[in-house]
Design a protein around this ligand. Structure first.
Ligand SMILES: C[S@@+](CC[C@H](N)C(=O)[O-])C[C@H]1O[C@@H](n2cnc3c(N)ncnc32)[C@H](O)[C@@H]1O
Length: 236
């Protein structure tokens, strides 16, 4: 089957992205995605960042709608584990890396009533035919270049245009200022930033809160281990 039948491409061609944007998503090869859940969610997040993945599933359980978009979807693990409020939800997966779109589509085919896939970059304006009641993005911001104050605001602005007015935008991200207490976490973040897989050396909790305040009248923000959890509701 050809790739253009698997997803709608809203992105640019690879050579039009900065090397930082490319580096933030290129580690997600189909072979890495086969071990991603175990290594990243069950080992690194649980033990280095002190945040077991059930916390992300809980966030999804709280905010998922029956008309959901997930950006930076990875394997689709959180959507597989969380409970949707309706029997056969409409799910759209979005990612810059086609491997993540292919893997998450494969895993979610049995859950979704309707399943769409889009290739897009969170840092660029995104146009989809439909608008969504919930938009999730877990562990995406720490992969995306730039300081969180700026990149989160750009992302929120892009996503507010494809969210329904009463909808929610929620997610989780590893913050640099929270990831420094544990030696292995400190070393791991430094190493991932050096390789370009992570871009979170300028990501702090006060700056994430400033980006939420700038874009939403009403938001939620809390921390578990080195991970910040957020949800933006009514827009400004
Ligand atoms: C760390 S994984 C997160 C996967 C999943 N959401 C989770 O919480 O386990 C990051 C995902 O974001 C995607 N990604 C990285 N940079 C992106 C960008 N600029 N725009 C859209 N997706 C991006 C990667 O391809 C990958 O699938």
């Amino acid at each position: 089957m050809q790739q253009d039948q698997l997803y709608i491409d809203l992105g640019l061609s690879e050579n039009q992205y900065s090397k930082e944007v490319i580096a933030g998503q290129q580690v997600y090869t189909s072979s890495f995605l086969r071990v991603y859940d175990l290594i990243v969610l069950h080992i690194i997040s649980r033990w280095l960042w002190r945040c077991p993945p059930q916390n992300m599933v809980d966030l999804y359980n709280k905010y998922l709608s029956g008309n959901h978009l997930d950006i930076g979807v990875g394997t689709g693990y959180l959507l597989q584990k969380a409970k949707f409020p309706v029997e056969k939800p409409s799910i759209s997966v979005m990612d810059l890396n086609p491997n993540s779109l292919i893997e998450s589509k494969r895993r979610l085919a049995g859950i979704a009533g309707q399943l769409n896939a889009y290739r897009a970059n969170i840092l660029e304006p995104i146009q989809t035919k439909e608008k969504f009641d919930s938009i999730g993005m877990s562990f995406l911001f720490h992969c995306v270049p730039g300081a969180i104050r700026k990149k989160a605001s750009v992302a929120f602005q892009n996503l507010l245009k494809i969210r329904k007015p009463e909808g929610v935008i929620f997610g989780a991200t590893g913050l640099h200022d929270l990831g420094q207490t544990h030696l292995l976490s400190r070393k791991g973040m430094k190493n991932l930033n050096r390789k370009g897989v992570f871009h979170n050396t300028e990501d702090t909790l006060p700056d994430l809160e400033a980006a939420l305040k700038e874009n939403f009248k009403d938001y939620e923000l809390y921390v578990i281990g080195a991970i910040a959890f957020f949800a933006g509701k009514k827009a400004k």
